[in-house]
Design a protein around this ligand. Structure first.
Ligand code: NAD
Length: 270
């Protein structure tokens, strides 16, 4: 079966294309024949159709990108994200979730039937169930301004704004699945385990690597960005044409081991 993934001639929008998992996905999508429109604050070197410099934490910048994007889209990949630290709690939430949601909500009406959305959450967001009420109260805030004001007044969040940003992606993904199914559009996310990207280099300058290794899968290593990019491209593709509302751990079985009581539940996954 030729073009089994279905990307040949498809219009794809991808954030975070400059580096890491997003760059890897961008290269693969171009190879598979997609017309890729890349959004990133940094320089995109993948041979994409078009690159639009965008700051996901700045509403005007995201709106300007939205105005430049095609009227019809097949697949949206949300890959841009930052670690906390070094990013501030507010920037982490605004980039990782608030900007992502603003872009996604704006592009949903442009998604063709049969299209899909695939975002990058994290195993750090897997405790979403025990925090569902707080996540849903945050999701109820519709504007950048309301989100920023809520975050400024949420001291509990400051402990783990990164985990909260990823819980928001997982809950948002599941919340939209039914509504989008009625239009024949899918929405999913992946939750990667620790991955050796620029993100990780920044994080390990702030916290020791020994604090990360307990979250490795039992294969005992960081994932490579390509290993995440491939899973993401698969989830957004026609091969996954009946898969929606799913948060797929891409962690070589880490979450499965926790669920089976074979590993300590360090992230309070329920
Ligand atoms: N590396 C990990 O261990 C890990 C684990 C789980 C999830 N994630 C998530 O994976 C995604 C990809 O990260 P990565 O590991 O490939 O890191 P990366 O740093 O290589 O890539 C992140 C991309 O986001 C872009 N970006 C950052 N701030 C931006 C902004 N304000 N506006 C627009 N673009 C911006 C960067 O320029 C870069 O291209 C992120 O959402 C991250 O939270 C990473």
């Amino acid at each position: 079966m030729k073009n089994a993934l279905g990307y040949e001639g498809k219009t794809v929008v991808l954030t975070g294309a400059a580096s890491g998992m997003g760059a890897s996905a961008a290269h693969l999508l171009v190879d598979l024949g997609a017309e890729v429109h890349a959004l990133d604050i940094g320089d995109v070197t993948a041979p994409v159709h078009r690159s639009i410099r965008t700051d996901m934490k700045n509403r005007a910048s995201v709106d300007a990108a939205i105005a430049e994007l095609p009227a019809e889209i097949d697949v949206l990949f949300n890959c841009a994200g930052v670690p906390h630290p070094p990013a501030s709690a507010l920037d982490t939430m605004m980039i990782n979730f608030v900007g992502l949601r603003h872009l996604t909500d704006a592009l949903i009406p442009r998604l063709r039937e049969g299209g899909s959305i695939a975002s990058i959450a994290s195993t750090a967001g897997m405790a979403w169930k025990s925090n569902l009420e707080t996540v849903q109260s945050f999701l109820a805030l519709e504007t950048f301004e309301a989100a920023a004001a809520w975050l400024a007044d949420a001291p509990d969040l400051k402990a783990d704004p990164y985990g909260f940003s990823k819980q928001c992606i997982i809950v948002y993904t599941q919340t939209l699945a039914g509504e989008l199914a009625r239009r024949g559009v899918r929405i999913n996310c992946i939750s990667p385990s620790p991955t050796a990207s620029d993100f990780m280099s920044k994080l390990t300058k702030e916290i020791p690597e020994e604090a990360i290794t307990p979250f490795f899968p039992s294969n005992g290593r960081f994932a490579e960005p390509e290993e995440m990019g491939r899973a993401l491209v698969m989830l957004g593709s026609d091969l996954a044409c009946f898969v929606s509302g799913v948060n797929l751990p891409v962690d070589f079985g880490y979450c499965a081991e926790v669920a089976m009581g074979q590993r300590d539940n360090l992230m309070n996954i329920t």
